[in-house]
Design a protein around this ligand. Structure first.
Ligand SMILES: [Zn+2]
Length: 194
């Protein structure tokens, strides 16, 4: 059984500036959205491995937008989770969102069965940064291409932060998502090969 936090009520605490998330809440959100093994991820405790040297910009500019590309097992999700953990603790409210691409795509494919339409739902929220893990992994249909363009275009025009991990280069992602979506990702993100 998880130990109950005695500082907060359901993850919220009252401070001088108003109510905000308790530190336990950030950990809970990471576990729900990424998984138990990422629960303590934070920029502050991230040590880069030798092959991740190019990612050191994330540690010095953790508010930035990044496109992390590299083979399976290079630690891309771990780096995204560290940036995510940092931003969750910085904003201390639901201002950051993390999706595995496959989960997002599943929502879009089930739209006819009454699931929510992600982009229009997001537009009502005050998000500061969106994370997409493992871009290019899902089965991409025409519908998925359209939704992804809508999501990336909204991030682009709203000037929200975006961090992505992918096993696929920009060139390969163009085959999956089309040039317009990938051009916007390139405009928003700093590319890092690890
Ligand atoms: Zn707490």
């Amino acid at each position: 059984m998880t130990k109950q936090c005695n500082k907060c009520i359901d993850g919220w605490i009252k401070e001088e500036g108003g109510i905000c998330w308790c530190e336990c809440k950030a950990r809970k959100v990471i576990v729900e959205q990424i998984g138990e093994k990422f629960k303590d991820c934070d920029i502050a405790n991230t040590k880069l491995l030798a092959h991740q040297d190019k990612a050191k910009v994330i540690l010095s500019k953790p508010e930035g937008s990044y496109f992390l590309v590299g083979d399976f097992g290079r630690g891309k999700t771990h780096l995204l989770a560290s940036q995510y953990g940092y931003l969750l603790k910085k904003y201390r409210r639901p201002a950051v969102r993390f999706w595995r691409e496959v989960d997002l795509v599943e929502d879009w494919q089930n739209w006819e069965e009454g699931r929510y339409y992600v982009v229009s739902e997001l537009k009502d929220k005050d998000y500061k940064h969106i994370f997409l893990d493992d871009l290019g992994r899902a089965k991409i249909t025409e519908r998925v291409q359209q939704e992804m363009y809508g999501l990336i275009d909204w991030i682009y025009t709203s000037q929200i932060g975006l961090s992505i991990s992918s096993n696929f280069s920009y060139e390969k992602l163009i085959d999956k998502y089309g040039g317009a979506t990938v051009r916007r990702i390139k405009d928003i993100c700093e590319g890092i090969k690890i």
